[in-house]
Design a protein around this ligand. Structure first.
Ligand code: C2O
Ligand code: CU
Ligand code: CU
Length: 497
């Protein structure tokens, strides 16, 4: 942040600092109270009336052109400009791809600025991954060609141009990428109209735009909106029958963390996460999902009388800092309209997740993410700016921060023990296992078994992950998936070679 803003927010005038001496002394002298005067505020959600029908983006296959564009849609009463990959709605098509398919997707950039696509959750070559260096200029194109060779799961795609990711995603650019395989098909999970892909996002909606202009405080907390949309529809409802549904959930929000639950406290059976199926289903009443994370959840409506309205809700949660978890609200409505008999039973075993012994790790790297400010043992090296950093560093495209040998396992540790903001940490190009969480919540949660690509590190927490790096040489980024933090520089690069 700028000196002037810091002074304003900390209740000091420029004159008082000049009189009192060094601003650096003021900054480096602070410890626990370093954000005093910078307390971030929640953005309170305004529930709608759940009268809009939930819709789903169209489905696309392995050969497709998507066009990043300014389009318009009616989110909340007025038709306003948004960004999309197809006309008249936010979001892009949901790709449905079989394991083994060769993908050939042309991005046509009809925006007036550069963009690109990162395939979040795909293990593909570095030059296809949507690295911030690999851009389609305004009016230009970028062709993505790769073969999908990974297990079934829910991945997604979104722009990744440094400094613009937050804005482009918030205004509507994102989509789902669903991989199917034979192992998953053999489970006969609810499919067709009983499989509901749900992209949950919060938007700030005025009657003329989705404004994106984060203040200093909004860069600290992340940019949040008062309107919760699902698949780009504000406060939607969908009709369901008295049977099991498979909810395939992406938190596509820039910064907001949700603690999902059913309004009737029904069981949520978690069967998968970022990297696909878990080994066994886990039944919970509520489950946290941070920006970038995915959940595969079975919900059984069979005990519910027709005529009943149920809601997917967000419950309050702890450890989220000042701006998160302080409000409960409803996200979408399920109208139970049709009585059916459902023979589905939840399989007891879903997949095989090979355990990798942590003793196989050839090294441990620790990343200090308690930052926001610079004084946790790292020098202030770029003036008076308060920025989000990893190990004291801001993103620089020309600098390799970590060099990793192919076909080795490593432990990476994200230390937010002194921090006061949640950081969902994401690595490109790999899936990892979550080994341990200390401080804060103190435990690994149900959705963190299996393979992950994004892990939430709450204030006070230190999280260790085990990363098997395969032979996929190139330069990849890793970063906080709070998109304001990422755009602010909370992103580094590793070179796999
Ligand atoms: Cu979804 Cu680099 O992120
Ligand atoms: Cu600090
Ligand atoms: Cu962050």
């Amino acid at each position: 942040m700028q000196r002037r803003n810091f002074l304003k927010l900390s209740g000091l005038s420029v004159g008082s600092v000049a009189a009192g001496g060094s601003l650096i002394g003021l900054l480096t002298g602070c410890r626990k109270d370093h954000h005093r005067g910078l307390k971030t505020e929640p953005v309170w959600v305004k529930e709608g009336d759940f009268s809009r029908l939930l819709s789903f983006p169209s489905t696309a296959g392995a050969n497709h052109t998507i066009t990043a564009q300014v389009t318009s849609t009616n989110l909340n009463g007025a038709t306003i400009p948004v960004l999309g990959y197809q006309p008249n709605r936010m979001l892009g098509p949901s790709f449905r791809i079989n394991r083994g398919d060769a993908v050939n997707i042309l991005l046509q950039n009809n925006l007036s600025e550069h963009t690109n696509i990162h395939w979040h959750g795909l293990k593909i070559p570095a030059l296809m991954d949507g690295h911030p260096d690999q851009l389609a200029n305004a009016g230009g194109t970028f062709r993505y060609q790769f073969t999908v060779n990974q297990r079934a799961g829910l991945s997604w795609y979104h722009p990744h141009p440094h400094n613009k990711t937050g804005k482009q995603v918030f205004q509507g650019l994102a989509g789902l990428f669903i991989i199917n395989d034979a192992e998953e098909a053999a489970l006969n999970l609810p499919s067709g109209s009983n499989e509901l892909p749900l992209v949950i996002q919060d938007k700030r909606i005025t009657n003329s735009s989705i404004p994106y202009d984060p203040s200093v405080e909004e860069i600290m907390a992340g940019y949040m909106g008062e309107s919760i949309v699902v698949n780009g529809v504000y406060a939607p409802y969908t009709e369901v029958a008295t049977r099991y549904y498979r909810l395939r959930i992406l938190n596509g929000s820039n910064a907001r963390v949700y603690n999902l639950a059913m309004s009737n406290n029904a069981d949520m059976v978690i069967i998968g996460n970022d990297g696909g199926l878990l080994s066994n289903p886990v039944t919970v009443k509520e489950i946290l999902i941070a920006p970038g994370e995915r959940l595969d959840v079975l919900v059984n409506f069979s005990g519910t009388a027709t005529g009943t309205d149920l809601f997917l809700v967000n419950k309050k949660f702890g450890y989220g800092g000042d701006a998160q978890g302080v409000q409960s609200f409803r996200i979408m409505k399920f109208k139970v309209t049709t009585a059916v008999t459902d023979a589905f039973t939840v399989p007891a075993t879903l997949s095989v997740i090979n355990n990798i012994p942590s003793s196989s790790a050839v090294r441990t790297r620790t990343f200090e993410i308690s930052n926001a400010m610079e004084h946790h043992g790292y020098p202030m090296n770029d003036g008076m700016k308060m920025r989000h950093r990893i190990n004291g560093k801001l993103y620089e495209s020309g600098r390799i921060d970590e060099t990793v040998a192919a076909n080795t396992n490593e432990v990476w540790v994200f230390n937010n023990s002194k921090g006061d903001e949640p950081h969902p940490m994401h690595l490109h190009g790999v899936f990892f296992r979550v080994l341990q969480r200390t401080g804060g919540r103190g435990n690994i949660i149900a959705s963190e078994s299996g393979w992950k690509d994004t892990v939430l590190v709450m204030p006070g927490e230190t999280v260790s992950i085990l990363v098997p790096f395969e032979n996929n040489p190139g330069k990849f980024v890793f970063h906080c998936h709070n998109l304001e933090h990422e755009d602010d520089g909370m992103m580094l690069q590793y070179q796999l070679s």
